[in-house]
Design a protein around this ligand. Structure first.
Ligand code: ATP
Length: 214
């Protein structure tokens, strides 16, 4: 199999098992060699993360210390302005050359919103899209045009993800994990345990720094 690498973007405020478990299952299914976690720089007009960029990266570091599949890519945080995903993928493609198979991982909720993303139709020229299930989100796209677009690009089989550098969509059969960062922040403010929702090392970090109490 080829060296299929993937980027997984998110706010990660904080990273949780809803991010890690589906992606670990996806990696098993598709033979992903590496997943680069890509913390986003959130645009000023959007609600800002509660944790600082440094804290979000530290939480990712804690989460992956015993998970060799993952590494962290901080390129979007190193710029002053928020980056479009398509621009990040374009830059990664330029670094890796035209032949290396690359993928971008999203949850089903993000797939349903895809037509709102900047230059969304160009995403597939730089990478494959790998989609994890997420409880509570329909399998069908919101419009017949988007459903047609999806079906046109569905991968025939896993081998296609390794043989082609980009261009296919893989709807992965990943476990349904009903966790969101919003719910974790809410539980923390309410003084409720988050033990089974995110790695213990991340909980320790959150406890040490007093995050999400306000
Ligand atoms: P928030 O609750 O703050 O909006 P979130 O938990 O949705 O955050 P993000 O960091 O915004 O997490 O998500 C990054 C990516 O992870 C998105 O593509 C999203 O679809 C996916 N994702 C997040 N939670 C899950 C989950 N429980 N199952 C599958 N995918 C998920």
């Amino acid at each position: 199999m080829s060296d299929l690498h993937a980027l997984f973007g998110g706010t990660f405020d904080p990273v949780h098992f809803g991010h890690l478990r589906p992606v670990e299952a996806l990696a098993q299914q598709t033979g992903l060699a590496r997943v680069l976690l890509l913390p986003n720089n959130v645009p000023p007009h959007r609600p800002q993360p509660e944790a600082s960029p440094t804290q979000r990266v530290e939480m990712l570091r804690c989460a992956i210390e015993d998970r060799p599949l993952f590494a962290i890519d901080t390129r979007e945080l190193q710029r002053d302005t928020p980056s479009w995903t398509v621009a990040t993928l374009e830059a990664l493609r330029a670094e890796r050359g035209p032949q290396q198979p690359l993928a971008f991982i999203i949850g089903q909720d993000s797939l349903l919103n895809l037509s709102g993303w900047h230059r969304w139709q160009d995403l597939l020229s730089f990478a494959h899209l790998l989609v994890c299930k997420r409880p509570g989100y329909p399998a069908e796209m919101g419009s017949p045009e988007m459903q047609r677009w999806l079906e046109t690009h569905l991968a025939r089989d896993v081998a296609q993800l390794h043989q082609q550098p980009a261009g296919a969509i893989w709807l992965a059969d990943t476990p349904l994990v009903d966790i969101s960062a919003t719910e974790i922040r809410r539980r923390r403010r309410a003084g409720l345990s988050c033990d089974s929702l995110l790695p213990a090392a991340v909980i320790d970090y959150i406890d040490r720094t007093g995050l999400y109490l306000k």
